[in-house]
Design a protein around this ligand. Sequence first.
Ligand code: A2P
Length: 290
Amino acid sequence: MRSVYDYYTLANGQRIPCLGFGTYNAKKGDNLAIIRDAIVAGYRYFDTASLYETERVLGQAIQESGIDREQFFIVSKLWIDERGYEEAKKAIERTLERLQTDYLDLYLIHWPRETEEDTDWKEKNLETWRALEELCEAGKVKGLGLSNFLPHHAENILENCKISPVVDQLEIHPGYTQEAAVRYCEENDIRVQAWSPLGRSSMLENPILKEYARKYNKSVAQICLRFLLQKGIIPLVKSSTIERMKQNQDIFDFKISKEDMSIINNMPQNTWLGEHPDFAIPKKKSNFAQ
Ligand code: A2P
């Protein structure tokens, strides 16, 4: 990979840029300005979701940019309460309307199950997937994917689908590498995307990573992003300043050595920053993780 415009080819033949911009919790009230800056900074791959409430401003920023829709790679997700065959079909219409577009590059199921008590989650996800497959066949969605699905959640889809998921979006950063889930995705031709690649900025003061930042003459954020890039994982990075947006793209002119990759891979692990899909009991949307 030589720039943010370089891409991987997904299992369905789609090309996906190797670095994306996350719009979750783009600083409150200023989402439009942040996304406008991100387009100016050069990002074309934008990750959103109905949960984030950034679809409308993303659509507006894209329209205002004057850049062709085809130049963008737009990913959105349906939320837990939008699962189900009928609900999913309505959810995408709302998403497309807010984004002012007639197709998504990828559409993901955002979260595999609602609560520990959500015992019919397998069936619910399959009904949802059936709707997503039809949307794909109708051309409203170019590819389908998962988000926060661990191997046992993904297996239910893989064993019963006509159209396979091509991505899974997971919380991944140095210190939280989810090796088992990543291995499962690799074995099943599912490209992994990382949300919170900087650990919601918690990794920025990590002494091990600070040492590597000094060694490679880069920032800790750049070490985190380069680490993921070298693992073939797509980081979805967020920032509210144009300087950091640009800095986060400046990761293509150095390489972390094999030994240092191994040390970072095996550094002490910290816990899941968001909720765990099998054990969280979200009370309301605003409490929820990405
Ligand atoms: P800011 O918006 O002030 O740039 P994550 O994507 O892991 O959830 O982390 C997001 C956080 O990381 C944001 O608070 C963002 O703050 C911060 N951030 C993003 N890029 C950088 C960078 N290059 N240097 C320092 N902080 C960064």
